[in-house]
Design a protein around this ligand. Sequence first.
Ligand code: C2O
Length: 546
Amino acid sequence: PTVHHHEFVVQATKVKRLCKTHNTITVNGMFPGPTLELHNGDSLVVKVVNKARYNLTIHWHGVRQMRTGWADGPEFVTQCPIRPGGSYTYRFTIEGQEGTLWWHAHSSWLRATVYGALIIYPKEGTSYPFPKPKRETPILLGEWWDANPIDVVREATRTGAAPNISDAYTINGQPGDLYNCSSKDTVIVPIGSGETNLLRVINAALNQPLFFTIANHKFTVVGADASYLKPFTTSVIMLGPGQTTDVLISGDQPPARYYLAARAYQSAQNAPFDNTTTTAILEYNSAPCPAKCLTSKPIMPQLPAYNDTATATAFSQSQKSLRKVEVPTKIDHSLFFTVGLGLNNCPKNFRARRCQGPNGTRFTASMNNVSFVFPSSFSLLQAYKQNIPGVFTTDFPARPPVNFDFTGNVSRSLWQPVPGTKLYKLKYGESVQIVLQDTSIVTPENHPIHLHGYDFYIVAEGFGNFNPKTDRAKFNLVDPPMRNTAAVPVNGWAVIRFVADNPGVWLMHCHLDVHITWGLAMAFIVEDGVGELQKLESPPLDLPIC
Ligand code: C2O
């Protein structure tokens, strides 16, 4: 195994998009940031130097961080932020994961521009469970504001209203052909006739599930969230923010240029969204440019309608683990978490400008009606390990799970979640099942729920209210997909299972960033087990403190 050393210098860089130049926060002057490549079993040492004027942390999305929870990165959960002028070195090893993950800032909305791919090749001496692709291309789907994203979220927090929607989606940082001033920078993905290539697709958008497709070609899906899947073909994939999907494409069409395209899957109802389409170009080597390019536009694919839940569902239900899995069957903690939005009334001492949500309210979000409040003077992990009182409580949820109805048709008082920093404690090795239920309050929505420090099995998903009596029949305990982010169906539910074999404090949250801003999060404490291999390592000496 190899140890890979990197330095990430985070600073404002001039980036021009949609006809305007911005002072964008980037890593090493690159947008998107550098791609990290390593093999399963290798280690990463990344020194992050904060030369920006914002607090910063970096999260290694999907990396299990076995016993290295201090390197996970969510701000005020496993570390205090790296202050402007400061630095912190993240050290961790990839254990057993292969495929595509990514890294991103985990502080305010910095991840809008601070993100990159993390590519994990098979363990040295082993190979893919599919024919070796001729080329591999990371495809990072993003979301661009014609404004400073930090200002956009600050404004939303100040007013209580929904934040401004984005102005473009991007592929590898570029909006592409269909946007103003963007044509000449459209990303080109090369392919040769007869080749089979691997696309590593990552949804790095802040707030938007996306459909992704390609004209006249099919995808063979082979992995998601750095776990292999039984191969299946489809012409369109859907990724919630945070999710990754590895697909093979074959150069089996007449040599020409074909658009790769992404646009919103918007399951929220009556909510404004960015309805634009981002494109890149799949270009056959034998269709020489510029002659052909000048005379013909690339071929445009059909994208599903923005509200095509059937297509999103068909895609998630096709996913089965390739490798033999061990789904826990004896469950120690059977939990039920609602996930959804809320609307809080304005307390009297609030200034009116902070209540510009619907009918003079402000938007909130919650799990089991608790709106998560991040601490500010200690990280949760530090407070837990050093027994610092008053930072969190372990009584998640605040009250017995409320019987939400998936239609959102519940008493108006339940539209107002209660704030709290409430954690749930697990002993080492315990098995957990969580039913994640969309509340549909304010709007039904597909929530990408991400758990830090773990992969979990998605054993079932469905629509309506989860019914413990009848829905058990739908559980796949044989070959369910293993993921770190579950797209909980709109107006529906998903059931996940995992074994608490990684000690630490682990955030679980909706990966629509505006929902974290509004409180759609909680955290687990997983206690140490016995022996060194079951204990969290001691904190690094350069760990930022608050
Ligand atoms: Cu990719 Cu807590 O996030």
